[in-house]
Design a protein. Sequence first.
Length: 195
Amino acid sequence: MDVRDIDVTVVRAHLFRLLQAGLGAVSRNRVLAVLKAFGKFLVGEGILRDNIFDALSRVKTPSRLLRVPSVETLRTLLEGEMPTAWPARDRALFELLYGAGVRVEEGSRVVLSEIRPDETILIHGKGKKDRLVPIGKCFRAALDAYLPERKKMLRKWRRKSSALFFSVSCQTRNRMDEPITVRSIGRTLWPGLQG
């Protein structure tokens, strides 16, 4: 079959055969994405005038619920020892995220100057919307335990940082002036939530 002979009916039939073969919606959407990219290539090469694959819509995928940590897991994290390499930092970070309802991205970007004397923190949210979040007593206690350690760590590595939370490892010690990344927070806190 010549590629110019393919029409929407042929592609729909192919996608239907994939459904009958047991391929899920996500996999069929990947196939469709490949076909659309191939169609774009063919149009770019002048083989086809229009990308016929663009006429097809993605298959609706079922939404998946997030796995919610158990009450016991949260109690352990809130009241017990933090099972991480830097427990004081991670306790303060977890208290900020959990206690104040701050998104991970927002918590990663907090700088020291945004901790205000009126016991609030300025959070820079999505869509350039800023808000003040109150500092609760649990977060205050965690912060009071963390800040001296933070200062000691910066002094030890002879670094300066305005970021409230930063990573420390052999690879990141030259970037301590940068805030902790969302990925690092996930790698640090997610294993503790699995329990």
